[in-house]
Design a protein around this ligand. Structure first.
Ligand SMILES: Nc1ncnc2c1ncn2[C@@H]1O[C@H](COP(=O)(O)OP(=O)(O)OP(=O)(O)O)[C@@H](O)[C@H]1O
Ligand SMILES: [Mg+2]
Length: 386
């Protein structure tokens, strides 16, 4: 008689899902032992998170059902024990990497951080126009300005005002062109006032923008990151382990080295890079002459190096700049401008590369330790959620 192997039994156990954690018991480290006897009897020990685990009978049934499908199995016996404290905290850690904040972001399907290695390459312009382009493609989109010191999204999307708070004490984002939901620190401070918070305050602000804003149902939440690879990006990665990065770079091959830093950071915090957008990619005069003012090829080089798609090459365009300055995204005002065409193409690339179904939402995450290390946040309260 052919007996199944340990691997075959393990494979079958991957079909046994913990309904609360929505992952299989192998992945969760809950399979303590598999014993295959000569006569085809298989014993499986499943480790529960708590002794009185209410889903014990579900596991019992699912393990028997799946393992008995294997050839050579004559019977399946399931026994239970309990994870040790150490194992439980390890599981907690694994889960911690796969949670979206509950509540406010529970209905956001895709979070995309727009990042770059250095400032001024057009992250904010891309965030604003991509959000508008995604909305124009029929997706629901939001734009979160995570550049707390140098916020620019309200201006670029032409939204101002002070957001209201709903009955659940969540902040209601303001709506920009094409129905893009916008949230920025700029809505809460006096015009042109400088933001002078330190690390823990920044962390708290970003956390509030993610957890205390009523984002509602969104296909895409685009996050405009500050330049560089500092604190804010780390905070976001901690809060949004399922987010993806779109990296903006300029075309000179030397910029690729700088932009790579953003990719390295994404890698360090375990976030996937969705693609590269090359911005300021050549300038074409009205009579059709093309000048490659900032060089050429950097976007493609970086995309190749990271093995991700080049989502678009957005040319230099005075109209792109002036429309951003005036709060009317060019992709909506003039969708046929070469810069708009390139951004709309990038938006379609994002649509093609991202899931259209809701991600699995896990139970509420443990409180996240702020920069001061003890989990509490010091300093002045943000002027939100009073
Ligand atoms: N393709 C383009 N053609 C012309 N001007 C552009 C283009 N992309 C961006 N700009 C302009 O370049 C300037 C910098 O762009 P933007 O503010 O989007 O960059 P950023 O990467 O967000 O900068 P920061 O790092 O300071 O946040 C803006 O004035 C913007 O209008
Ligand atoms: Mg910016």
């Amino acid at each position: 008689m052919t007996l199944p192997t340990q691997e075959q039994v393990t494979e079958k156990l991957r079909a046994v899902i913990d309904p609360e954690l929505r992952r299989n018991i192998v992945e969760l480290g809950m399979v303590r032992a598999i014993d295959i006897a000569e006569d085809g009897r298989v014993g499986v020990i499943v480790s529960l998170t708590t002794p009185g685990c209410p889903i014990r009978s579900h596991f019992q049934k699912a393990v028997v059902e799946n393992v008995s499908q294997l050839e050579g199995v004559t019977s399946v016996a399931v026994e239970f024990d309990v994870l040790s404290d150490e194992e439980r905290s390890r599981l907690q850690q694994t889960l911690g990497r796969n949670r979206l904040p509950e509540g406010a972001l529970a209905q956001v399907k895709n979070v995309i951080c727009v990042a770059s290695g250095k400032g001024g390459v057009g992250k904010s312009t891309m965030t604003a126009n991509l959000a508008a382009a995604l909305a124009a493609e029929g997706a629901s989109a939001g734009a979160l300005d995570a550049d707390v010191y140098g916020y620019s999204i309200p201006r670029m999307l032409g939204v101002e005002g002070r957001p209201d708070v709903n009955a659940q004490r969540k902040i209601i984002p303001l709506e920009g062109p094409a129905g893009v939901k916008v949230m920025s620190i700029g809505f809460f401070i006096e015009p042109n006032a400088a933001v002078v918070w330190r690390g823990p305050m920044l962390h708290k602000a970003i956390q509030q923008f993610l957890e205390d804003v009523d984002w509602g149902e969104l296909d895409y939440l685009l996050i405009d990151l500050p330049p560089g690879t500092g604190d804010v990006s780390m905070t976001l990665a901690q809060l949004l382990p399922q987010a993806k990065f779109a990296i903006v770079t300029t075309p000179q091959p030397a910029a690729q080295t700088v932009a790579r830093r953003a990719a390295e950071m994404a890698n360090k915090v375990d976030l996937e890079v969705l693609g590269v957008i090359e911005n300021m990619s050549g300038f074409t005069t009205p009579d059709g002459q093309r000048f490659t003012i900032f060089g050429e090829g950097g976007g493609q080089l970086l995309a190749d190096e990271l093995d991700v798609p080049l989502l678009g090459k957005v040319p230099l365009s005075e109209d792109l700049r002036s429309h951003a300055d005036n709060g009317n995204p060019l992709v909506l005002e003039n969708p046929n401008d070469p810069a708009s065409v390139a951004i709309r193409q990038a938006a379609r690339g994002i649509l093609a590369a991202t899931p259209q179904a809701l991600p699995v939402v896990q139970p509420a995450p443990a409180p996240i330790a702020a920069g001061n290390g003890n989990g509490s946040v010091s300093g002045t309260e943000l002027p939100v959620i009073q």
